[in-house]
Design a protein around this ligand. Structure first.
Ligand SMILES: NC(=O)c1ccc[n+]([C@@H]2O[C@H](COP(=O)([O-])OP(=O)(O)OC[C@H]3O[C@@H](n4cnc5c(N)ncnc54)[C@H](O)[C@@H]3O)[C@@H](O)[C@H]2O)c1
Length: 252
């Protein structure tokens, strides 16, 4: 897959899946705009991205904030003149608390970043893509966008919502040259899971690994392949899809 001179905007690119995708696009010639709320990690990630594709940029952005998203789009277009591919990947985990006890502020925080954030990014990316009459959006949902999961009402609702947004935009923009798809990773060994305590709770790690048919979690490098394929010329007839990259989690 060749992304030479394609402008690829990736949110949440400082870490985990987003950073792995940014490096994979850069390796294949893309001009990468890495956006993240974490400036320090973002600048470190940019050094690695630039080693593969010099003409790349880091932009500080909080995807839950409309003004910040609009500034990210503005900076991207000012620098590169267009957005060919957007990967809406930024996301956070949430407190593991069942619905009746779930703190309302936690709900609003997770919905704000994981669902409203994707809506805001899509809204302003689409405005640019419509001008160009072409474009490709890949939203990072989750297996928890396909099935329920106890103790994560906000996260599960947001990730189901991302698939709904994906399908709706796919229908709206298919006639205008823009494809919109989602990937749904199983549990992937990234800082997000470390923050949830899985790196020092062997029993929980094993229990979650066993939910996957492959009896293991995924590695960060196992997700970008699907993202790159969806963005590539090999997937020109694919839109509105939600592709599981989940070691068989949802096959059972
Ligand atoms: N790790 C998993 O098991 C898993 C499984 C399925 C889906 N996902 C999804 O994949 C995506 C990436 O997660 P990850 O596992 O790589 O996590 P991660 O924590 O390693 O990376 C997430 C990145 O998003 C950034 N971010 C957080 N809030 C932001 C905001 N408001 N604005 C901009 N950037 C923000 C963080 O700073 C971080 O760099 C998320 O949407 C997550 O829900 C992860």
């Amino acid at each position: 897959m060749d992304f030479k001179d394609k402008v690829v905007l990736i949110t949440g690119a400082s870490s985990g899946i987003g950073k792995a995708a940014a490096l994979a696009f850069a390796e294949r010639g893309a001009k990468v705009v890495a956006a993240d709320v974490s400036e320090e990690d973002g600048k470190a990630a940019l050094e690695e991205i630039k080693a593969k594709s010099q003409d790349s940029l880091f932009v500080t952005c909080d995807v839950a904030d409309s003004g910040s998203v609009q500034a990210m789009i503005r900076q991207t277009v000012e620098k590169f003149g267009k957005i060919d591919i957007a990967v809406n990947n930024a996301g956070i985990g949430g407190a593991a608390v069942h619905t009746d006890e779930h703190p309302e502020e936690e709900w609003h925080k997770v919905i704000g970043v994981n669902l409203t954030g994707v809506f805001l990014c899509m809204k302003y990316e689409l405005q640019e893509m419509l001008k160009a009459k072409r474009g490709c959006i890949i939203n990072v949902s989750s297996v928890l966008g396909l099935v329920g999961f106890m103790g994560s009402p906000g996260y599960v609702a947001a990730k189901h919502g991302v698939i709904g947004l994906t399908r709706t935009a796919a229908l709206e923009y298919a006639p205008r040259g823009i494809r919109v798809n989602a990937v749904c990773p199983g549990f992937i060994e990234t800082p997000m899971l470390q923050n949830a305590g899985l790196d020092h709770d062997d029993q929980l790690h094993q229990a979650i690994s066993n939910m996957h048919a492959m009896k293991r979690m995924g590695k960060t490098e196992e997700v970008p392949g699907a993202i790159l394929w969806l963005a590539s010329d090999h997937a020109t007839f694919v839109t509105g899809a939600a592709i599981a990259v989940d070691g068989g989690f949802t096959a059972q």
